[in-house]
Design a protein around this ligand. Structure first.
Ligand SMILES: Cc1cc2nc3c(=O)[nH]c(=O)nc-3n(C[C@H](O)[C@H](O)[C@H](O)COP(=O)(O)O)c2cc1C
Length: 358
């Protein structure tokens, strides 16, 4: 049924990254449970007393002025064929002035020939807030602060995202499954780097207790990377259907739940990624207290068509965010944090069971 590198060991990092892209483009890789945004309702304001076209979407992202509180979440680089994807994402990010995350730069640290598949992002987006990316588990193994610095230098990044991907690693034959010492490594890197460090999950969310520990490392921000969008357990299932991927397909904390848990617990900015699929989802996340939202999979699907397709998809999100902000009676995206919101259904049950709602 599947034809992605099965039975071939060892699989190089760049080959694995290409498998991930191909699977994400061809297969259904999203969680079969919702992100929780389906349970979040923004209360309609029948008297907005505002001009929709004057609603302010511009805001700050970790201190930098951006076009809207939406970023392109970390996805790719690391294989020759992914260079064009990063270029198209970067052209769109530059056009809309929104932050862009590149995918894990491990492959380029291992093979200098692949550096260009990442540095193209800075070339095509000279002015955007660019986010470097490495997996925390690599630091538990053998990476040092030097690798973190090299990743930042490689793309002249404005921040470094350290990703947590325990579900993916355990679902991978060649996965690195020893996360011992992760917090200490995050603290060491946060202390040593002169750019902000964002700690992000990759589809399973972050609970309040772990958010607190992350904040204590000195990290600058948290991206919840919650359940409800791309499932890396699903992706690994397609690479190897003997893996635990199919059993853990829907494992994790839905994005909306994770946002509430994190914003109720930490004082650092919280970003919402994982199943954010519209400008209305963005407005809902901001109403729950998130500072910005990331979108990955839907933009990958546009990026293979070209930069115009990515720009159009982001313009749609921008329009929806403008309208949703207006219809809640908020004159700026910052004001969305005070918008009236009702949480229903399974998300309410989650948050009540965890003590975040009465
Ligand atoms: C093809 C693909 C590759 C990804 N690679 C990375 C990665 O290298 N590093 C990382 O931190 N997150 C990675 N992610 C996770 C995304 O940044 C994001 O957290 C996740 O996909 C949830 O967002 P979505 O539902 O909008 O796709 C990847 C996602 C996709 C779809």
């Amino acid at each position: 049924m599947h034809s992605y590198q099965r039975g071939k060991l060892p699989v190089s990092t760049d080959r694995r990254k290409l498998d991930h892209i191909k699977i994400c483009l061809r297969e259904k890789v999203e969680a079969r449970v919702g992100s929780g945004f389906e349970d979040v309702v923004l209360i309609h304001n029948a008297l907005p007393e505002l001009d929709a076209e004057k609603v302010r979407l511009r805001t700050k992202f970790l201190g930098r002025e951006v076009g809207m509180p939406v970023f392109i979440a970390a996805m790719t680089g690391g294989h020759e064929e992914t260079k064009r994807i990063n270029e198209n994402l970067a052209i769109a990010a530059q056009e809309l002035n929104i932050p862009l995350g590149v995918g894990s730069q491990r492959a380029a640290l291992e093979d200098a020939n692949l550096v260009e598949t990442f540095s193209i992002a800075r070339k095509a987006a000279p002015d955007v807030f660019l986010i470097a990316n490495l997996g925390v588990v690599q630091f538990c193994k053998d990476y040092t602060v030097r690798e973190a610095e090299r990743a930042v230098e490689m793309i002249e990044a404005d921040a470094l995202a350290l990703h947590l991907n325990a579900v993916q690693e355990v679902a991978q034959k060649e996965g690195d499954t020893n996360f011992e010492g992760a917090l200490e490594k995050i603290a060491e890197i946060s202390d040593a780097l002169d750019v902000p460090v964002i700690v992000k999950e990759t589809g399973a969310g972050i609970a309040a207790e772990e958010a607190k520990l992350i904040e204590e490392t000195g990290a600058t921000a948290i991206d919840v990377g919650g359940l409800g969008g791309t499932s890396f357990a699903a992706v690994e299932h397609y690479r190897d259907n003997a893996s635990v991927g199919s059993a853990f397909w829907d494992w994790g904390i839905p994005t909306a739940v994770s946002v509430v848990e994190c914003v109720s617990t930490v004082d650092i900015p919280v970003f919402a990624t994982g199943g954010v699929r519209s400008g209305i989802d963005v407005a809902k996340a901001l109403a729950l207290g998130a500072s910005a939202c990331g979108i990955a999979l839907p933009l990958l699907k546009e990026a293979v068509k070209g930069s115009e397709a990515v720009i159009n998809a982001l313009r749609r999100v921008e329009r929806e965010l403008r309208v949703a902000t207006f219809l809640t009676g908020s004159k700026s995206v910052e004001e969305l944090s005070k918008a009236r919101v009702v949480i229903l259904g399974r998300t309410r049950e989650w948050l009540t069971a965890r003590g975040f709602l009465r």
